[in-house]
Design a protein around this ligand. Structure first.
Ligand code: NAD
Length: 487
């Protein structure tokens, strides 16, 4: 069994307790992970706080911070194969995806490296002749970053990158499911030359998370995970009135009109629901399809779903690997059963695969005659697609917006004016037109409603890790007039 250590105040150390992590491809334990106790969490926040006010970090220019982030980007790129291997081993995410994704994670650090000295304040044309007024943008303080098990390196980069660019310090809690890549990332981070305590990496479950988010030293909580956990986090962070950014789940509509390019739309749908074994917050998990194209689309989709290569996540040929946990697999089975009872018809898949590991096949459920089926409103976080058909554009929009979530959406049509109407009408943080699942450090990412609030990626994310200070400087040497009148 391999063992991993936590990273606090620039030192690697064992935690008082450990827990085993499972290899989802075999269902067997393979490594011992440190379980941060509330005392460990407290030390990590204090280390981040000390670093935040230290001359080594607080006195560093933004350009110097950018250079360190650039060095980190280079190190992530250099060590991407090792990080990908660990993420695959510990979470079951296929190596084909982790290799490509982690190489791209380096680009996120590069983007925020470049942005560090472009986070500007402002000078205000104030309405008083003897005053200069300007705004300083200052870092918010210690950031608690909490990530779920899928894509931890990616989901942490969109927090650590902008937070450090802005001058904050971070305590990152990795998920208790598959924390190995984050603890290895800490080893890489350590080589970049940041002052001790600027980033601290711990792991553990809800107890460690609750201790972190309710800690008085935390100024902002950046969370990615499920809506239920988000509610706990908001309640805990309310103790110190810390600000929050929440990237939560989705039930994203994937809308296909009769005039769409069929092959292209089917491929995008395969990517939208079966890639990453469907364990993606932006999964296009509701296919909203116009009646005229439905049969042809479903026939082609079924063909592709049944041809998907299911196998060991560390095999480059594998397209769909295991789900990360047994709990996820059982959740999928329960939701399919309840949906079938409500009238959903299984087009393909629907039952867990025999043998070891947490494998689940690509599944399609036709809910066109079962509008109340729970699979249309609940997130699977697995390779399961629910289908609803429609006749008119207005109907398509109504179905698309019939969700408490609002993260992503896809529209497939060759009709330009209709595409624009759909873009305006869809209530979601991302609209992809004739494409799906495209991301970039330059574009903001985030949702509405149960999908959360705040944005990751782009300039806005870095600004969200700053607070504005208004500075007033009087330029007159005359005595201050009437002190009883507001100036
Ligand atoms: P989860 O909410 O169960 O756990 C996420 C993290 O929160 C873990 O690190 C966990 O230890 C921690 N946590 C649990 N209880 C806590 C508490 N009381 N206080 C503080 N922290 C606590 O989510 P999951 O099952 O690991 O991940 C799947 C969810 O994440 C899905 O809903 C998915 O859509 C969402 N997700 C969203 C995005 C996005 O960017 N919008 C990206 C990926 C995943």
């Amino acid at each position: 069994m391999q063992t991993f250590q936590q990273y606090i105040g620039g030192a690697f150390e064992d935690a008082g307790e450990t827990f085993e992590t499972l290899d989802p491809a075999t269902g067997k334990p393979w490594a011992q992970m440190p379980a941060a106790s509330p005392a460990d969490v407290d030390r990590a926040v204090r280390a981040a706080e000390a670093a935040f006010f230290s001359p080594e970090w607080a006195g560093m220019t933004a350009t110097q911070r950018g250079k360190l982030l650039m060095r980190l980007a280079d190190l992530v790129a250099e060590h991407a194969p090792k990080l990908a291997e660990l993420e695959t081993r510990d979470t079951g995410k296929i190596i084909r995806e982790t290799s490509a994704q982690i190489a791209y994670v380096a680009e996120y650090y590069r983007y925020y490296a470049g942005l560090a000295d472009k986070i500007e304040g402002a000078h205000l044309p104030i309405d008083k002749p003897d005053m200069e007024v300007w705004l300083r943008r200052e870092p918010v303080g210690v950031v608690a970053a909490i990530v779920p098990w899928n894509s931890q390196l990616f989901l942490s980069a969109v927090k650590i990158g902008p937070a450090l660019a802005a001058g904050c310090t971070v305590v990152l809690k990795a998920s208790e499911e598959g924390p190995a890549p984050m603890l290895e990332f800490a080893r890489i981070f350590d080589q970049a030359g940041f002052p001790a305590g600027v980033l601290n990496v711990i792991t553990g479950g809800p107890e460690a998370g609750a201790a972190l988010t309710s800690h008085a030293g935390v100024a902002h909580v950046a969370f990615t995970g499920g809506p239920e956990t988000a509610r706990h986090i908001v309640r805990n962070s309310a103790e110190n009135l810390a600000s929050t950014s929440l990237e939560l789940g989705g039930k994203s509509p994937f809308i296909v009109f009769d005039d769409a390019d069929l092959e292209s739309a089917v491929n995008a749908q395969v990517s939208g629901i079966f890639a990453a074994t469907g364990q993606s917050c932006v999964a296009g998990s509701r296919l909203v399809i116009q009646k005229g194209i439905k049969d042809a689309f479903l026939a082609r989709l079924k063909e592709k779903a049944e041809a998907v290569v299911i196998g060991a996540p560390d095999d480059m040929a594998t397209e769909v690997g295991p789900l990360c946990t047994l709990k996820q697999r059982d959740h999928a089975l329960r939701l399919i059963e309840a949906s079938a009872q409500a009238g959903a018809k299984v087009v393909t898949g629907g039952a867990a695969l025999e043998g070891q590991g947490f494998f689940f096949p690509p599944t399609v459920l036709d809910c066109s005659d079962a509008p109340e089926a729970p699979c249309l409103s609940n997130e699977f976080f697995g390779p399961v697609l629910s289908v609803v058909d429609f006749e008119t554009e207005a109907e398509a929009l109504e179905i698309a917006n019939n969700t408490a979530f609002g993260l992503a959406s896809g529209v497939f049509t060759r009709n330009l004016t209709r595409a624009h109407r759909m873009i305006r009408g869809i209530r979601a943080g991302i609209v992809w037109v004739n494409t799906y699942r495209a991301v970039s450090p330059i574009a903001p990412f985030g949702g509405h409603g149960l999908s959360g609030h705040g944005r990751e990626g782009g300039l806005q994310a870095a600004l969200d890790y700053t607070k504005v200070k208004a500075v007033w400087l009087r330029t007159s040497d005359d005595p201050i007039p009437d002190p009883f009148v507001m100036r």
